[in-house]
Design a binder for this molecule. Structure first.
Ligand code: SAM
Length: 285
């Protein structure tokens, strides 16, 4: 091998084997080496597809040590595929250091896109997706988790969380307590698998249901929570006039016309009213 190699970052299915793309299959069948989070897991999956290639283990505990070796092999001309146990590598999975180091070494890094639980869940949650923030896993312990949630209370974008099954009920209860029980939310579990279920309700209702229904917390899950509606600045008397006016006018008028009128009546800055109107419109529509 002479020319520099290529690092392929290959998404694999999150449950349904048919979600492996033909391109991903071709790449995995032809590379010199597959860097896999769990070589036995990926090896078994690929041998079902008739693919047998050399493996090297690459997980959160050895990522740091493996990077130099893999970059050297890439520099020597190897074509290497990076995969995680499921879904897209680097999304709450190892790979960031390798991709950064390969990029810095001038190696071509090529994405082979496919399944990602966060995106699959967003696509069916029925919550605003024009802006969202991926929060991954919250801290596992109560106090740190609550502190992180407190820091996110004012986030206006839709929030996407991953959670392990044994922590899901506690996590939902903490999110409900921190954000208020009325926030619209969705719980997407076992996506692409036999028991795939998507629950859409308020976060408070989801938290209560998870406490009484053990099936809800079985298997893998993504939790999606609507962002905070931007608060209207209360007038002297504390009336949320801006929000009330927008709620009345938005169904009747074009957005910018409603914003002009509300801004004129309340004296609130047009841009602030406009942002609030955009948010309200997402929930009204
Ligand atoms: N890299 C993966 C991806 O692209 O989605 C995520 C890996 S992360 C270690 C595992 C978490 O992803 C699980 O705890 C769960 O929150 C979520 N997840 C993975 N597969 C899922 C599925 N089939 N249904 C729902 N959530 C899933």
């Amino acid at each position: 091998m002479s020319a520099a190699g290529v690092l392929y970052v290959v998404a694999t299915p999150i449950g349904n084997r048919s979600d492996l793309s033909p391109r991903a299959r071709e790449i995995l069948a032809s590379v010199d080496l597959i860097a896999a989070e769990d070589t036995r897991h990926t090896g078994a999956f690929l041998s079902q597809l008739g693919i047998e290639r050399p493996f090297i283990s690459f997980h959160e505990h050895n990522e740091h040590d493996r990077v130099a070796e893999l970059v050297q092999r890439l520099t020597d001309g190897a074509r290497i595929a990076l995969v995680s146990d499921a879904g897209t590598p680097l999304v709450s999975d190892p790979g960031f250091r390798l991709v950064a180091a390969a990029g810095s070494a001038g190696i071509l890094v090529v994405p082979i896109p496919g399944a990602c639980a966060a995106i699959a869940a967003l696509s069916v949650a029925g919550l605003p997706t024009d802006r969202f923030v991926f929060e991954g896993f919250l801290p596992p312990r109560g106090a740190k988790r609550r502190a992180r949630l407190d820091a996110l209370v004012s986030e206006a974008r839709t929030l996407v969380f991953y959670e392990a099954p044994h922590r899901l009920a506690d996590m939902l209860r903490d999110v409900s307590a921190a954000f208020g029980a009325e926030r619209p939310a969705a719980l997407a579990r076992e996506l692409t698998k036999m028991h795939e279920t998507v629950y859409r309700d308020t976060i408070g209702a989801l938290a209560s249901a998870a406490e009484s229904d053990v099936n809800m917390t079985r298997g893998e899950a993504v939790v999606i929570v609507a962002g905070k509606l931007i608060d209207e600045a209360p007038l002297d008397g504390g009336l949320p006039l801006t929000g009330t006016l927008l709620a009345a006018l938005l169904p009747e008028l074009p957005l910018s016309r409603a914003v002009d009128i509300v801004s004129a009546i309340t004296g609130e800055r047009r841009n602030a009213v406009y942002q609030q109107a955009l948010q309200k419109k997402r929930f009204l529509s």
